[in-house]
Write a protein that binds this ligand. Sequence first.
Ligand code: GLN
Length: 393
Amino acid sequence: MPELSNRVGTFTDSVIRRMTRISDEYDAINLSQGFPDFDPPREIMDALAKAAYAGPHQYSITFGAENFREALARKQGKAIGRTIDPEEEIVVTCGGTEAMMCAMMTVCNPGDKVLVFSPFYENYGADAILSGADPIYIPLVPPTYHFDPVLLEDGFQQGAKAIIVCNPSNPCGKVFTREELEVIGNMAVKYDAFVITDEVYEHMVYAPNHHTCMASLPGMYEHTITCNSLSKTYSITGWRLGYLIGPAQVIEAAKKVHDFLTVGAAAPLQEAATVGLNFPESYYQELLEKYTGKRKHFLDGLDSIGLKHNVPQGTYFVLVDISQFLALEQFAGYTDLDFCEWMIKNVGVAAVPGSSFFKEEVNHLIRLHFAREEATIDEAIARLGKLQKLLEV
Ligand code: GLN
């Protein structure tokens, strides 16, 4: 067989998605890949049923159906605090995943450096490789996951073309404060770099924390490519609807990249999801209340069985410390990945190994999520409670 490209040898499949497959194989409770186990809002499902007969069933405009972009411009214009032009400043993509890849391919030449905070969402590594960029990792230091502005500036001084800011941050749940965003933004302007944001958890920010869009800061719109998705906000991760928002010149180029990557996101799904984009403010408040309740339920559960964890400011992810288990004879030589596989088979709960998210050598964390019905969370906690028995021996 002829050889495959060099690039495919330089990254693995997604460990997040792999854990879902293993979880399904063993019928475990899947708290690995983040997606909800409850239905999208009724109005969106009804609109989908309607679209099945009324259409559209053919391609939408490559950069997104007009009504979808208009609704997006209204909703995100409020978040960013300016009028967004739906013709010139938005590209609709197949999920946030394509939005990020499209942003990277739009701004990076092979060999360009891109700053990435560590821990980071797994996709950014592959995004960098596929777009030819070289990541420079800037540590977010636990337990607060703050960054050192000196290290950040050092990264910019190495000639970074862009910085990726996941806010709220998967997997550590950090919500960047306005002041932190200003530090990052000011440096991006000073060193003439782009900020590529990933804001898919924008509506899961727990009080007293507050989500600020990088693009809303004075002078930052021209330097920012905002990537986002409808997956988490409307519980439709399988619909693969995402988008980029940015200055017209950038979006003009991003439209071309997107067009040749995928042509467009599914037309009937854009039609149905437009209903969601037009929801009143109360929808987002209720969503937040729901996840605030789930967060408390899950964290209380973890506390009740003595598992050490961080308290996420945003997202639905929690990092759990497994050091005490890895220290047991039974797990000698285990990596966090081995532990996660063991856990699926023996505890019946799936998690993602923390090492998938860190540039640093980290073997003592696993990521769990709580986008689950309360009864499922209770069952997961009951199962995880069995871990404590290991310590009693
Ligand atoms: N963002 C989700 C996670 O981190 C999954 C997204 C995906 O698999 N595309 O689990």
